[in-house]
Design a protein around this ligand. Sequence first.
Ligand SMILES: Nc1ncnc2c1ncn2[C@@H]1O[C@H](COP(=O)(O)OP(=O)(O)OP(=O)(O)O)[C@@H](O)[C@H]1O
Ligand SMILES: [Mg+2]
Length: 404
Amino acid sequence: MKKQTQPTTPKVNLDDLLNIAKRADGVLSGVRSSMLAPELRKRPPLFSANQVGEFCGIDAAGMQYRIRKGELPAASDLEPGKKRKMFTLADTRLWTQKFRKKYFRPEGVSGIVIAAANFKGGVSKTTTAVTLAQGLSLRGHKVLVIDMDPQGSTSNLFGLLNADIDDDQTLLPLCYGSEISVDYAIQQTYWDGIDVIPASLSLYSAEFALPARQKDSASFEFWNVLKYGVDTARQSYDVIIIDTPPALSYLTINALLAADGLIMPIPPSTLDFTSSTQFWNLFNQLANSLVKMQGKTKDFDFVNVLLSRVDSNDTSSTVVREWISAAYGDIVLPVEIPKTSVTSAASAEFGTVYDANVAEINPRTYRRAFDAYERFVELIEGQLQVAWQRQLNELDSESDMGAQ
Ligand SMILES: Nc1ncnc2c1ncn2[C@@H]1O[C@H](COP(=O)(O)OP(=O)(O)OP(=O)(O)O)[C@@H](O)[C@H]1O
Ligand SMILES: [Mg+2]
């Protein structure tokens, strides 16, 4: 008879897994308490006079003039123990709202819905969505961020954890049909100018609720629930940014079909590139069965690929960058987001580069990352102008037709 060897470690049973889950929850809530102390709320960043001047496109003398006239708030002592004076986020936005009017949403047109999407996980969809929201709000726009990923990473970046979020505060009631507009779920955030609709794990049940409603009612359009749901929010917000899960889910389909603009972040790695090609094929199949077959059409104001987490030391990424530009041509945005310790460090504190504490970072490293994100935001702001102008032209031609 063969000699039995003794297993060196015991089997893991369901109770063990439950204990692991409990311990992980405990650690997370401890991390959250220390990170968000003392008010259990994230604190918005402060901005230097230079940064405010750059956002507004004016020099120091121009700023001083406005402050002396009492038109706009001055910087103040906001950092204990430090000499330099800083602007709060709310005051920074007062400045940008004064100086950047020409970029704002014209009266009578709707807010633009942008989805950050890619079926691949970890390509920086969430980072892209949240930094875009922060960058646009700093430029004076009013932004709503919708977290459609049950992982809730966007909600985390706004300081909200799964345990803080009731089901009714997510898109779940919209998906179940007890609400027809997303307005019930909008909440303020620590960031002046950005509101959020958070997500928690229970949002997964939308994946059962939406097809079940379709089965009960043939006229129900499971793919258009969000599109109709954001109708009223389009009037109150300049931009609505949706973060999507890394899967072709019912929630993702809703985000894609509600969106006027699509941004697909792709890090220049072989697997990320190959997976991105499948996205477009799947999207076309979907659009065919859900839109074209119904005799309808779907236009986007813009569709862009964003090179994300680009590691300049990685030689293979040069080749993949060439594939990406050959495959996607001029929809690739002319900016690369570098792989940077600033983003990783900030995300360890539930934040992004816009939340980073400038005083604690090497200024050159920070500047490189910050400038890349700012350029990205600027490019998207340019697309917003085009989309709004298009709406104005359509309104004009409708009123011309009415007059005839
Ligand atoms: N430019 C960057 N430099 C360094 N790290 C980055 C950068 N962008 C994102 N990251 C990090 O990469 C990880 C994945 O990013 P993120 O969560 O934004 O991706 P995602 O596509 O939303 O992931 P998921 O598919 O899980 O939703 C995070 O830890 C994030 O902090
Ligand atoms: Mg994500």
